[in-house]
Design a protein around this ligand. Structure first.
Ligand code: FMN
Length: 171
């Protein structure tokens, strides 16, 4: 990394999977990476960091997780201008192949023109029909499927965190 990016992970969760994965990502990224539940996070928690890793599952039929939705309605997105952001999403490709990882895509849609986003991820190893997270043939962030592919999670996280560190070198 060119400079020392102060990094933190922020996640929303409704049944706990994204919380668990957020801790795995923080551990893979670096020993002291803090993890915040977006339900309780304040804007000042985000302000303190240069590199923000945001994680969300998809709920409903292609909805952004509730706490992210709530947070984004009152959060001043202009604050992200000088930050670097990476995104990860959780979904279920077997039961929701028409809206796989849509929450990840919706989160991207809300912030992509306000900040620098790194960490795009290949889509070819997942089986789905439609996803709002698919932009220019790639997922806008790391896709994880704790419902069907839990055995892939650790290896995907490891590879993604390495790619993030390399991408930060280029910033
Ligand atoms: C009622 C319900 C709706 C869901 N809708 C979607 C969906 O539209 N697309 C998707 O990819 N996953 C969907 N999922 C799967 C969740 O995103 C997945 O289980 C995720 O790991 C939950 O994360 P959480 O425990 O952090 O809330 C849905 C799950 C449930 C139970």
């Amino acid at each position: 990394m060119k400079r020392n990016y102060k990094t933190a992970v922020f996640y929303g969760t409704s049944s706990g999977n994204t919380k668990k994965v957020a801790s795995q990502i923080a551990a893979a990224f670096g020993v002291d990476t803090p993890v915040f539940d977006i339900e309780f996070a304040k804007a000042s928690d985000l302000e303190r960091y240069d590199f923000l890793i945001f994680g969300t599952p998809t709920w409903g039929l292609g909805d952004l997780q509730y706490d992210w939705e709530k947070f984004l309605t009152h959060f001043d997105l202009g604050m992200l201008r000088l930050k670097v952001v990476a995104l990860f999403g959780l979904g279920d490709q077997a039961n929701y192949p028409e809206s796989f990882l849509d929450g990840l895509g919706l989160l991207y849609g809300r912030i992509h023109d306000k900040t620098t986003i790194i960490g795009q991820w290949p889509a070819d190893e997942y089986a789905f029909r439609n996803s709002k997270a698919l932009v220019n043939g790639k997922l806008v962030g790391l896709g994880l499927d704790e419902d069907n592919e839990v055995s892939q999670t650790a290896v995907r996280i490891e590879a993604w965190c390495n790619s993030l560190k390399n991408a930060l070198l280029m910033q």
